[in-house]
Design a protein around this ligand. Structure first.
Ligand code: SF4
Length: 278
């Protein structure tokens, strides 16, 4: 067992965007308070196998206790990262809180506003976050929180498979660019299967998106199976090895130590280490 795992805390399912491919579907609108998440952090840290937490959603900037949770994790001596669509972030927020994070990641699937609307990467009125605004937010993070790393996540679907993001990436020069093949799911009557790209189309996207800057490390993920440690909005550890579409709840992290959950979790350590360059 590794000593330094990164645990993803999906603090809520809700999001201000409505990406059609979004796999943040945990079947729960429940939003746990800070007390429960602190207990989960304690149960993870007591096991002495966790070095970092990634706060995710939904959209974590909608979670009212985001900063309280972030500060608590830091007090416990672990690193904190966050993945956001960036729409609710501004200069004031970055100035106040940017330095609390070791990494801030932005999900960017397209640099084209129309494509983002087709993806559903927009609010109800159709407003998107433009590529230039993401670039500006990254500049502000470098200004106010120079130690904070920057990450970009891109999910490849039928709606952006022909997209060229390499110039955007070379402009920002994030520390990491993660390119993911869309994870499929069927959730009740809703499914994202029609947006799925083939393995060849995904490979072609990666091939066409060569970057020239030497700062950015590219991580390519054709699937997410058994290579993440995910805790859902209800505080349960999830195992997606058997069925990526519907992960199984295997441990209530509010009550049990994470170490116990990890004994039940199917984790491909080779792929896990490859993602985080361990
Ligand atoms: S921004 Fe992220 S969490 Fe929100 S709908 Fe899109 S993929 Fe889902």
């Amino acid at each position: 067992m590794l000593k330094k795992y990164k645990v993803n805390l999906h603090v809520l399912e809700a999001c201000n965007f409505r990406c059609f491919h979004c796999f943040s579907r945990f079947g729960s609108n429940k939003i746990m308070g800070l007390k429960d998440w602190k207990q989960i952090v304690d149960n993870c840290m007591e096991s002495q196998v966790v070095s970092e937490f990634n706060i995710a959603g939904g959209e974590p900037l909608l979670y009212k206790d985001l900063i309280g949770l972030t500060k608590y994790i830091r007090e416990k001596g672990a690193k904190v990262s966050m993945i956001t669509n960036g729409f609710l972030m501004n200069e004031e927020w970055i100035q106040k809180y940017g330095q609390l994070f070791n990494t801030i990641g932005f999900s960017v699937d397209s640099v084209n506003d129309e494509t983002n609307q087709k993806i559903g990467r927009c609010i109800n009125t159709g407003s998107v976050i433009s590529a230039s605004r993401v670039t500006k937010l990254c500049e502000l993070i470098r200004k106010y929180a120079p130690d904070c790393k920057i990450k970009i996540n891109t999910v490849v679907t039928t709606r952006n498979r022909d997209e060229q993001l390499s110039d955007f990436i070379d402009t920002i020069k994030p520390d990491r660019w993660k390119i993911l093949k869309m994870k499929t799911f069927v959730y009740g009557t809703f499914s994202n299967m029609s947006l799925q790209v083939s393995a060849a189309e995904f490979d072609e996207f990666v091939r066409q998106n060569k970057i020239v800057n030497e700062k950015t490390r590219i991580v390519v993920e054709p699937d997410m199976k058994a290579s993440y440690i995910l805790i859902g909005p209800n505080g349960w550890l999830l195992d997606n090895a058997a069925n990526e579409m519907t992960p199984v709840e295997i441990c209530d992290c509010k009550k049990e130590k994470l170490k116990e959950g990890l004994k039940k979790l199917t984790l491909d350590e080779k792929r896990y280490c490859n993602r985080y360059a361990l």
